[in-house]
Design a protein around this ligand. Structure first.
Ligand SMILES: [Zn+2]
Length: 113
């Protein structure tokens, strides 16, 4: 389950930020999880809860934003939105899509006290 190691990465990022900024508790962690990132949001939230135990991020709420995937279709040349990796172009049905966005996994903001 790679979500657990991703969650551990998020926790160590928070701890590093805490050392820099001197906050003691984190209430919310805003994370961008692209629709094409192959990360299961539920698994990430679960992994975060267990990775955060005993750290200053314990009890923090993970707020996930899921931007859609975007791609350029090699068939019709349009920029399209795709729900899942492997989906065809909604315009022409081609599977030749060049993914241009929606693969990110990034902490965007922390609500701290
Ligand atoms: Zn197309």
């Amino acid at each position: 389950m790679h979500e657990l190691s991703l969650a551990e990465g998020i926790v160590s990022l928070i701890e590093e930020q805490a050392r820099q900024d001197g906050f003691r508790r984190v209430r919310k962690v805003h994370v961008l999880v692209g629709a094409l990132s192959q990360v299961m949001p539920e698994a990430l939230a679960f992994g975060f809860t267990s990775a955060a135990k005993g750290t200053l991020a314990e009890g923090a709420e993970l707020v996930l934003t899921r931007p859609p995937g975007t791609a350029t279709c090699m068939g019709c040349g349009k920029s399209v939105t795709v729900e899942r990796r492997g989906d065809p172009c909604p315009g022409c049905g081609s599977f030749q899509l060049l993914v241009t966005g929606g693969e990110e996994l990034r902490v965007t903001d922390l609500d701290v006290e």
